[in-house]
Design a protein around this ligand. Structure first.
Ligand SMILES: Cc1cc2nc3c(=O)[nH]c(=O)nc-3n(C[C@H](O)[C@H](O)[C@H](O)COP(=O)(O)O)c2cc1C
Ligand code: SF4
Length: 681
């Protein structure tokens, strides 16, 4: 990795090297630990992804949480491990990839304590006291003195293995409510021995662990502490005196706050750089290098935080996922090419769903090894063609952008007067304005590309398509929210709905309002649209009733960490929330609901119904083309007109279509990662 100063010298400071104890980071771009849904199960997949980050200019690339011992097992949520020799081999795949590009590799040694239910290893969970483990109907064992000694040994040995695997930075992980944090927290740690009770005792374990880690690997590896600073209201987190006392043993503070919903907040609720007021004192206080986070996508914000002495390193998880080449783009002055994170947290859902990470903005994330996809380099097509892409939403834009990068000529026809499709509409919803970056990144590329020609207000018919003479047609015509209430829980049309006053989310997002004061939103989709539309209408002072067969508002959004904040927002806005009820029947002024458990009926009044249940693919053109297919060499449908889904799905489908165009018929089955036999003794 070249560390030449930035093409715009104002940014040179971001490309300075920084000493961290015995090692030197080549620049100030620091990929903080983030999980990937890969963990120890997918070692090659994981290593390739981290390698691409290093190639893109991240001077430090960290692992995700990495278990030090089988008593810290988070399955079914994938994580790394350093339990034995096999793990050393697996983790060395990462360090090799990262070192190849001249970056430092860091490992976040992790023990979950009472948060680890150990469902896979079936070890008895341990913690400072006996309290329930996460999400399971059992408690952990309170650690006795021997357990604490054991834990210290496990950490020491894992640090030794980390060094053997080639890591340059070894973490002591003391936040996010895991074991060391549990010992620090007075509410949890009510022990009455030398490890509990008063502050000095609660701090003992982290000091010992730090000291021992430094003793074990400190001459070759930098020691980083990940810790949350004290929140002045809740008093949770590390006090100034604790931070000062730890400074002696560590080479770097990686500081966060004791509120994960803000630390990793969605753009719906949290802005860029939100942690600054809470963490700005740490550097001055400790005199040690500091890294922190804040969904930094703006080079100016990064520069400002470093110049003002808030941070030594620009920490990033999501910005490095959305654009692994962000540092190099800043270095080269290619600011317009930065693929900015939109703050949707789809990346986080991978771990919760136990599948490899995915990203709305970066379709190559997680596919670096399996499919050999690179975020910046796309192999040029051996034979180029002219392709008509119909529809300028996320799938159509991504397919077009990918095709022109491969050397194909693209005619992009969009029916409306602006590009963006669903993101153009959805980004008008309260809090979702940053989502327009999905469109802007791609239109930026296409509008400058000599192989792309964009035609707005071009509603295409079959004869229009024939007139273009294009033999290859890709349809990305999107989908529309259904008006008939059909969805997950009611596959049939809802009784009586045809007589009701109905407005779809599409209409509401386009600005249409009914002659009504009371809206009933029926959310059988359970992601963000139902609640976002409820918030939109409530903010316009309409009476809003939100009904769902689920037991909470926007239940799927717990995978993106926003569910609590969304439900709180609805409550604060006075939205009436009715849960665990199906929409059984619709009458002119009232709706009949049925309890999902008892079938007991209730009738509630409304004036306008908004069914958020499922979407109808807009695929009539695809059917028409197929009925006369001999005119064409390719007729492909992609994105929501093929199968309506999340924006990340449409981008992925569009990207895949662009990558694989002209290669159909070849074997495109993704590689499967190998797991070596593990010796767990
Ligand atoms: C997908 C994902 C997984 C994460 N996993 C971890 C983890 O394993 N360990 C950890 O300390 N923090 C983890 N985090 C938190 C990040 O390190 C970081 O603090 C947070 O995302 C805010 O930084 P950002 O705004 O740059 O994304 C994760 C974040 C994301 C987005
Ligand atoms: S999935 Fe969304 S939040 Fe995560 S990195 Fe990509 S754009 Fe950002």
């Amino acid at each position: 990795m070249s560390q030449s100063p930035a093409s715009n010298e104002r940014f040179n400071i971001l490309f300075e090297s920084v000493r961290l104890g015995p090692v030197v980071a080549p620049n100030r771009f620091y990929q903080v630990p983030h999980c990937t849904g890969m963990g120890y199960n997918l070692p090659n997949t994981l290593a390739a992804m981290r390698g691409v980050k290093a190639e893109g200019g991240w001077g430090v690339v960290n692992t995700e949480y990495c278990s030090i011992h089988p008593t810290s097992d988070d399955m079914p949520f994938p994580h790394c491990s350093l339990w034995d020799k096999n793990d050393i081999k697996r983790m060395a795949l990462i360090t090799n990839q990262v070192h190849f590009h001249g970056s430092l590799a860091g490992v976040e040694l992790w023990h979950g304590g009472m948060r680890s239910s150990n469902l896979n290893t079936r070890k008895i969970p341990i913690g400072p006291v006996s309290l329930p483990t996460s999400n399971e109907p059992f408690q952990c064992q309170a650690m006795d003195r021997q357990d604490i000694k054991n834990f210290r040994q496990w950490h020491r040995k894992a640090a030794r293995r980390a060094k053997e695997a080639g890591f340059d930075i070894v973490y002591v992980y003391a936040t996010h409510t895991y074991l060391l944090d549990q010992f620090l927290d007075p509410a949890v740690n009510t022990r009455n021995d030398e490890y509990g009770g008063k502050e000095e005792n609660r701090h003992r374990l982290i000091r010992e662990i730090l000291e021992e880690t430094a003793e074990e690997v400190g001459s070759t590896c930098a020691i980083a502490v990940r810790i949350a600073v004290e929140d002045s209201h809740t008093k949770k987190g590390a006090s100034n005196s604790l931070l000062q006392s730890l400074a002696h043993y560590c080479d770097l503070f990686d500081v966060t706050i004791p509120n994960y919903e803000i630390e990793m907040g969605v753009s719906r609720h949290v802005n860029e750089g939100a942690l600054e007021p809470a963490i700005k004192h740490v550097r001055e206080l400790t005199k040690k290098p500091v890294v922190s986070v804040g969904r930094f996508t703006s080079p100016e914000t990064m520069l400002s935080q470093v110049r003002r002495g808030i941070l030594d390193f620009v920490g990033a998880a999501r910005p490095s996922i959305a654009d692994p080449f962000l540092p190099n783009k800043i270095r080269d002055g290619n600011f317009d090419d930065i693929r900015e994170c939109i703050g949707c947290n789809i990346c986080y859902s991978g771990d919760g769903k136990s599948v490899p990470i995915r990203c709305t903005q970066n379709p190559t994330m997680g596919e670096e090894w399996r499919r050999g996809w690179h975020p910046e380099n796309i192999p040029v097509a051996q034979q180029t063609s002219e392709i008509l892409v119909v529809g300028g939403g996320p799938a159509g834009l991504e397919a077009s952008a990918t095709l022109v990068r491969r050397g194909h000529r693209v005619i992009l026809a969009e029916a409306t007067s602006a590009l963006g499709g669903r993101v153009k509409l959805e980004s008008t919803l309260p809090g979702l304005s940053e989502w327009i970056r999905v469109r802007d990144h791609r239109t930026q590329l296409l509008s400058q590309h000599h192989l792309a020609s964009i035609h707005l207000k071009s509603l295409m018919t079959v004869s229009d398509i024939i007139e273009t003479g294009c033999k290859h047609v890709i349809l990305a015509t999107g989908s529309k929210w259904r008006t008939d209430g059909r969805g997950r829980n009611s596959p049939a049309v809802v009784d009586g709905i045809g007589d009701a006053l109905v407005l779809t989310p599409d209409k509401l997002m386009a600005g249409t309002r009914a002659d009504a004061n009371h809206y009933l939103i029926y959310d059988d989709d359970n992601y963000y649209i139902g609640s976002a539309v409820a918030i939109l209408l409530a903010k316009e002072a309409y009476k809003v009733t939100y009904v769902t067969p689920d037991s909470i508002v926007s239940s799927w959004s717990r995978y993106t960490t926003e569910q609590w904040a969304v439900q709180a927002e609805l409550i604060d806005l006075g939205v009436e929330i009715v849960t665990e009820q199906y929409l059984l029947k619709v009458q002119e002024k009232s709706a009949v609901l049925s309890c999902i458990y008892t079938d007991r009926r209730t009738e509630i009044p409304y004036e306008c119904l908004v069914p958020v249940t499922s979407r109808e693919p807009v695929d009539s053109l695809w059917h028409e083309l197929n009925s006369d297919s001999e005119h064409y060499d390719t007729i492909l449908r992609i994105g929501d007109c093929r199968a309506p889904g999340i924006i990340a799905g449409a981008i992925y489908d569009g990207h895949k279509a662009g990558r694989e165009f002209g290669m159909l018929g070849h074997s495109l089955i993704p590689k499967r990662d190998v797991i070596e036999a593990n010796d767990l003794n």
